[in-house]
Structure formats: C-alpha cells, structure tokens
Ligand binder design. Sequence first.
Ligand code: HEC
Ligand code: HEC
Length: 425
Amino acid sequence: MTSSLGSPRAPSARQAARPGRRVAALAGRCALVVSAALAAVAAPASGDDTAGTGFAPDEVARILSHGPWPPPVPGRDPSNRVSGNADAIAFGERLFFDTRLSSTGLVSCARCHQPGRYFTDGHERSIGIAPTDRNAPTVVDVRGRRWYGWDGSHDNLWSQSIRPLLDPREMGMTPATVARTIRREQDFACRYRMTYHRDPPADDRQVLVDVAKALAAFQESLASGRTPFDDFRDALARGDRAAMARYPEAAKRGLKIFVGRGSCSVCHVGPAFTNGEFHDIGLGFFAAPGRVDPGRHAGIARLRANSYNLLGRYSDDPARTTATSTRHVVQEHRNFGEFRVPGLRNVAATAPYMHDGSLKSLREVVRHYSEIDEERLHVHGERILRPLRLTEPESADLVAFLESLGDGTPVFRLTQRARPACEVL
Ligand code: HEC
Ligand code: HEC
C-alpha cells in the first residue's frame, strides 16, 4: 500500500475500478468534455429548453462546471515536507483523535470535528475548554486551499492546525507544553521519529510545527465521495436521458434556481461549490452581546502577523511558490463583515450553518436568501444578492437540491492502518 501514497488522495476502490477515470487526464479534458456535452445536448435547441433536458444552454454549462467529481488531485503541499507521507498521515490521525494535546486532557480535534458528523460538531458555536465565537467547519476536502478559517486568517493547513492547539478556549496548550507532551509520551515520540527520522528537537516551536504538519497530512487525506448530483451532472454531460431521469424532479427544479435566478453559483462555484473567497451575505455582526466579529477584515491582519504563514521561516518551500496571495493580499474597508464562502458538498450533514451557526437548517438558509435584508449588506459588490421571494414549493425544491449534494457519507478515509511498531513499546 505504501506505494500509492506518493499521491495521498489515492484512488478509492470505486475510482480504481473505473480505468478511464484518470484524474490528471480529466483536468486537461475538462473544457473539451463541457463543449462536447453541450454539443450533445444542444441540438436541436428549442427555445429555452436544451433538447428536452429542462435546462437552457447557459444553465447546462453552469451545471457541468460543478464537476467532475472527484476533481483532479492537488499535488502535495510544498510548504509541508511530510505532505503525502504515510507515516505522517498515521501520526496525524493519532494526534487528531487524542486528548493529550489539550491542557485539560479532555479536548481533541475530533471533539469539534467528529467523523460521524462529517467532521463538524453540531453546535452553533464550538465549545472546547470554553465556548468559542464560531461554528466548526468540516475538515473534509481541505486539501490545497488558498485560505483557511472563516476569516482566512491562515494561508496553509498546518498553520491553521496550530490555531486550536494554542487557543485558550479550544485546547489551551503552548509550544512548550505541546513539545513536552511529544517528547514525554512514548508512542508520540516513536511516531515523531518514524515521520521525521530524528528525535523531537529542543526547539519547542519546531516540534509544534512538526505536529501541525502531521495533522495537516492526515486531514489532506479526507475527501468526500460522489453524490446524486454528480450522477446527474455526468448523465447530462453524456446526454444520457435514462440516467438523468433518476435524479429527483424537485432537486432538478432546485438546481435550476441555484444556477439561474438564485445566482447561488456566482459565489458557490465549481466542483466544490465555492470560489474560496470572502463575501458578506447580511448576517448579524455580533459574536457575543456587544462584541463584533469583523470577519475577513481582522483575518487579513492576523494572517500578516502570523509567524507560521507561508512567508515565515517554518515553510518548507524556499521558493515560496504558494505564497503569492499572502504577499499581495490587501486589507480593504469592504472586508468588514465578510466571511469565506463555504463549499456545499454534504452540506445536509453539517447543521447548523454559517460562521456563527445562526441558521439551524437548510430551510432557514433558503429563507435567509429568500428574504435577505438589503439594508444589512453594507458593502458594495454584493449587489448580486437580492431577496429571491421564493414560494414555499420553490424553497422546498432548493432544499431538495442542496440535499442532493450528499448526506455526509461516505468519506474516503485513505489513511494507512496504524503501524503496530509504536503501540507495542
Ligand atoms: C473547540 C472546538 C475545536 C477544536 C478542539 C478544534 N477545532 Fe478546528 N475549527 C473549529 C472552529 C470553530 C473553526 C473555525 C475557526 C475560524 O474560522 O475562526 C475550525 C476550523 C478548522 C479548520 C479550517 C477549516 C476550513 O474550512 O478553513 C481546520 C483545518 C481545523 N479546524 C482543524 C483542526 C485541528 C487539526 C484541530 C486539532 C489540533 C482542531 N481543528 C481542533 C473548532 C475546533
Ligand atoms: C455573494 C456570494 C454568495 C451568494 C450569491 C450565495 N452565497 Fe451562500 N454563502 C456565501 C457566504 C459568504 C457564506 C458564509 C456566510 C457566513 O458564514 O457569514 C454562505 C453560506 C451558505 C450556506 C451555509 C453553508 C455552511 O456550511 O454553513 C449555504 C447552505 C448557502 N450559502 C447556500 C446558498 C444558496 C442556496 C444560494 C442562492 C440562493 C447562495 N448560497 C448564494 C456566499 C454566497
């Protein structure tokens, strides 16, 4: 199995069974597939309806752009020298589920990122050692992003993984207590040596960073599976009416709103349903009574000040190949109240919603967009959002579409079975 780990998101059994699906090749062919599909379904186009699919040509193009899934595998993270390394993935998996990395000995990463809840926690705002200000996003499909966190205050996965360790409300550690735990606990020290081929060094911060890089390697291996929407999308691409008919009518009507008058796909773009950037959708400002959450505005300041960012000395990429956005990002007034556009795959499994967990169900999310308060959109650029005034049946259709983006299973867990060596000490 070790050989497949050159690419950490190794193909699942399901993908491997389909020899034609080589993801790298698909990347290059994507544009071709789209135009071929359009040709296949576009003739003869009658009015708005493309060959009886129920979708106009521009809608078809937009639908196809939400795939294929799974997408081409992003390469290993150049800023993390153990990205894709089997021993690092196994070490990271151990660390992720272990409460010894918290000052109380009670909190692990998995407390707020629970596998059974699609790696979220079901709370409005997460609770570690103490309550926090924000809702826990999933850690599935986090590989290869430009920004992490609701406010984008991190530019790489290992630095994002340091944050909860040191936050007094989450795990309450310091670089010194993390390093001491790794040196003292024999199984951790053993896995550290297997991963880094040396003893944990005396430099506490270096040990902290190495722990975070193993955690990142593990999280990079979590990827979501195919969904009813993907089957429909591929059927549309092939012009396969029989397969298209298996997608529920309500979801089809909801999809039409999503890519059409709802303008949802303007921000929730591409196979992951996010442009990865930041917008204001008119939610409340308060993290707690009297305390405002400035979102992206403060996130940029934090990113700059963070010594674990991609421009700092802990990045393993001397050429700084992935640091361009960090170098050039500028803080603007409009960033106030902006939060990162979340991906929508398996969204049905991750209630409650939004950075503050303020919307309890997909129905409430749809109601928010349907009745959006334009007065609250305080910045330019969000003119795209207008109250949609959906009828009850239309709202139900949009929810049915969102539910067709997966129900939280399956998550490919591509980690290696833990090597026994460190457990039999
Ligand atoms: C107390 C609950 C809690 C714990 C414990 C916790 N997290 Fe989180 N996690 C959150 C919250 C809340 C956020 C959103 C933070 C923000 O945007 O400010 C988050 C965000 C993240 C993200 C960013 C995801 C994204 O979409 O950008 C990653 C990655 C992550 N956590 C990994 C970890 C790891 C690794 C650990 C353990 C070392 C951990 N978390 C421990 C609650 C928690
Ligand atoms: C202007 C860009 C934009 C548009 C247009 C938009 N969204 Fe969003 N969406 C966002 C942002 C930003 C968030 C997160 C906001 C926050 O937490 O403050 C979000 C959050 C969500 C969430 C919650 C996901 C989660 O994990 O918490 C859902 C569901 C959602 N949007 C669906 C839709 C639907 C359906 C539409 C169309 C009616 C739509 N969005 C239109 C930017 C947009």
